[in-house]
Structure formats: C-alpha cells, structure tokens
Write a protein that binds this ligand. Structure first.
Ligand code: FAD
Length: 416
C-alpha cells in the first residue's frame, strides 16, 4: 500500500477501514540467505538496502524485543555531518544526503527537519578548531558557516551572552543539520523492508551462533535454530554481549546515555544547539518539549537507566547556557545503551569468522548514521566489499595504530 494525500482523503471518507498493518508478523523460516540480528534503525536499514538496492532475497531481521524499543527510539533525534576527520566526514555527509531523500525513498513521513545545528564556541582556541572543522566539512562537500557572537545572537537572542562564566563568542553552523522523528525511522524502514519481502521477527532473541570450522552457518534463537548464508550483527549497546557468543572480545564498552524532555513550551528554539563549555545539546520537538542530553554515565552498564549525578550535570549545563529554561519542568527522562568504541568511531567490517559480519561502536552518534550505516553494511554483506565512505571503519585499525580519534581523547570511551 502506498501512502499519499489521495489515500488519506479516500480513507477519511470511508471510515479508515482500508489501512493495512504496517508490517507482517511472520514466523521464522528455517533458512535465509541473510540474517540481520537487531531490529534497531541500523538493522532495519540494512535489511531495506539489501532488498532494495542490492536486490537480495530471503532476508530476516531478528529482534529480541520490539521494533524501535532500543536506541533508535530513545535518542535525541539529532542529525548532522559536522566532523573534522575525513574518515568520518565523508561517511556522515553520505548519511545526510540519504536523510535528505529518505521520505521519498521509503514513502513514509519520518519528519526530516533540516532546521540547522550550531556548535557554540567560547574561546579563541575553540573558534580556531571550529574554523578548521568547518573547512574540513566544506572540503568533503558538506555545508558550514562560522558565526560570530552577533550571528548567533540573531538566531538565539535569549542565550546567556553577557553574564556568563563562559561568554559565547560564536558558533559553527551547519544549516543542513537538524532532527528526524526517531521511531518513525524504525517504522519507515520496517515497512519498506517488509514490502520488499523481508521477514521482521520480533520477540526473537539470538542466544548463540552455529559456527563450524571457522564458518558461521546460522543462529540459535528463542524461536529455534535458523540457518543463514551470512549473518550481520547490528545490536548497538548489546554488541559485546552478542559477539561474545561468537567468541569475540570487542574494542567496545557499553555505557548508559540519558535523554530528557521538558514540558511543552511555545516555539523558542529554532534549531539544534550545543554548548561548547560543557556537554549539553538541545532542540525543541514539534510538540513543544525541549529535548536535551549531555554526558554518558561514566561507568559500564547494560541497564537502560541512568543515575542522578548526570541529571544534575546536564541540568547545570542547560541552565548556564539558557537561564530562562530554569523554570521549565522536566517531564520525562530515560536511558539507552550506547556502544562506545576505543577511539569514538564505528566499525563496519567482516569478522575473522566466515559469514559473520559486524556493525557497531556507534557511541553517541549512531542515529544520524542510520541510513549510511544500513547502506554500507548492506553493501558489505551483499558484495564483501566495503563502501568507499566506510572503508576505514575496520577492526584492525586498533592493531595497526590507525585510530580515527575525532576528539583526540585516546582509548578513553567515557571521554569520547
Ligand atoms: C539517550 C540517547 C541519545 C542519543 N542521541 C543521539 C542523537 O541525537 N544523534 C545521534 O546520531 N545518535 C544518538 N544516539 C545514539 C543512537 O541512538 C545509536 O547509536 C543508534 O540508535 C544505534 O543503532 P540502532 O538504532 O540500530 O540501535 P538499537 O535501536 O539499540 O538496535 C539494536 C537492537 O538490537 C536488539 N538486540 C540486542 N541483542 C539482541 C539479541 N541477542 N537478539 C536479537 N536482538 C537483539 C535490541 O533489542 C535493539 O532493538 C543516542 C543514544 C541514546 C541512548
């Protein structure tokens, strides 16, 4: 079923009886060509691109819970391609270009809103670093504008310019950055993949791999054993647990990241804003809530809930940037599991086990990567060749000393 204005009109006049379920709920078959473990944004996008672009058939996505229950439905919805290092920038720009045509591709309203993102700077050194980053973005085909304090003031007059501990000197603006409705991304990819014959199997946890003589032949699940020619793992915060079942220890550790939503306010924040003197980022949802977040909880955990010190830290960052939000009430908060790699950059690679592939290590930033991660992982699965923009995201970069350390923090996942 195609969605269109005409279809809505037709349904409005016929009692809305003609809407079909958005995806089927099939039982797993005994055998597939491709199994994708993890029904998050990345897993569903991978299945979609495998079926649509690479014309592969017999694909299943196995999800232990429900579609959208992981990080894809828990993040703060920010998309951008404002990276410094060319190994990252080309990839995230590819992602942004896929976001720009996603709604037409999927025939689904994922509410892509390119309302712009500004990273604020507060010192001369930060300004110079942002100028360098902006130049790197432009060289990679992205858009970037360096604003001075007046430039920021014209868009965000209510920020604390005059009386702040860290006065705002300007910002790096990416007009094409913005937000996307996160769970609609999961639903949109699920629907488009299902329409192309992909079996999306919910409540189906993978509990082991069937590996013989260095080759992955399939998986064991709570719904029985399923064979596959190739298995792709895309389980975000559960990466180290799932890959441990295949005997692999990853350069990844899992942390909690929390997100916050205030009560609904009148439109006040036109785009996405990040604070340069602390870790705080904020946008405003279409319903009016301020959606914001900050640092990860600094210890390893697989529990999808965080702790109060980070709540306090995030609130402090927000109020020092925008004192006027001090009176707004916090409506909701929650935590998600993020897979922090040792250099802050992701991995999309084959493993040493034949037929087993891995996509993970997305840290804070895997939502904005979703379309490109799906596309590049699908290409790797379909052709055994990495996509040009993802060819640096390999396991062996740690062994070869070729880290992609965007922040220069070293092997300190809690600092990336
Ligand atoms: C609070 C928060 C805010 C964030 N904000 C942003 C942001 O603004 N911008 C941005 O770019 N990124 C952001 N991120 C990061 C981003 O959400 C993640 O990097 C990205 O969503 C991870 O990919 P995914 O969508 O596939 O993950 P998920 O949705 O977590 O998908 C993985 C799936 O694997 C399933 N799974 C796990 N184990 C098994 C198993 N054994 N068998 C079967 N299934 C299994 C899980 O149930 C889950 O559904 C944020 C993350 C959090 C937590």
């Amino acid at each position: 079923m195609r969605y269109s204005g005409l279809k809505i009109l037709k349904e409005a006049f016929s009692g809305h009886k003609g809407w079909a379920p958005v995806w089927r709920n099939p039982e797993p078959k005994s055998n597939y060509d491709f199994i994708i473990i993890g029904g998050g944004g990345h897993g569903l996008a991978t299945a979609y691109y495998l079926a649509s672009t690479f014309k592969k058939a017999q694909i299943a996505v196995l999800e232990k819970g429900w579609i959208g229950g992981g990080n894809v439905g828990r993040n703060t919805t920010i998309i951008r391609s404002n990276y410094l290092m060319h190994e990252n920038e080309g990839f995230y720009e590819f992602a942004l270009q896929l976001w720009e045509k996603q709604e037409r591709d999927l025939n689904y309203n994922t509410m892509v809103s390119q309302r712009g993102i500004i990273n604020l700077y507060h010192t001369d050194a930060q300004r110079d670093a942002f100028a360098r980053r902006g130049n790197s973005m432009i060289l990679n085909g992205a858009d970037a504008v360096l604003l001075d304090a007046e430039g920021v003031k014209s868009k965000y007059p209510f920020l604390n310019f005059d009386n702040a501990r860290f006065p705002i000197r300007g910002g790096l603006w990416q007009p094409r950055g913005g937000t996307v409705r996160h769970d609609a991304v999961a639903w949109g990819y699920a629907r488009a993949a299902d329409l192309r014959g992909v079996d999306i199997i919910q409540n189906c946890e993978v509990t082991g791999f069937d590996i013989k003589n260095g080759k992955c032949l399939g998986v064991q699940t709570t719904k029985g054993s399923i064979k596959a020619k190739k298995v792709g793992v895309s389980v975000a915060g559960s990466s180290s647990r799932v890959m441990a079942m295949a005997g692999m220890r990853l350069p990844i550790e899992t942390h909690v990241l929390q997100a916050f939503v205030s009560e609904g306010l009148k439109p006040v924040i036109p785009g996405v804003l990040t604070y340069g003197a602390g870790h705080f980022y904020v946008s405003q949802s279409d319903k009016g809530g301020l959606v914001f977040g900050g640092d990860i909880d600094g210890y390893n955990s697989y529990a999808q809930r965080g702790n109060l010190p980070v709540v306090e830290d995030v609130a402090e960052g927000g109020v020092s940037l925008m004192p006027m939000i001090g009176k707004a009430r916090l409506l909701r908060m929650w935590g998600g599991l993020i897979d922090m790699s040792m250099d802050g950059s992701p991995i999309i690679d084959k493993t040493q086990i034949d037929g087993l592939y891995f996509n993970g290590g997305w840290c804070y930033g895997g939502f904005k990567a979703t379309p490109a991660a799906g596309y590049c992982f699908a290409q790797l699965l379909a052709t055994d060749r990495p996509h040009e923009t993802a060819k640096h995201f390999r396991f062996d970069r740690f062994e070869r000393g070729r880290m992609i350390d965007e922040k220069g923090q070293g092997a300190q996942p809690n600092l990336h």
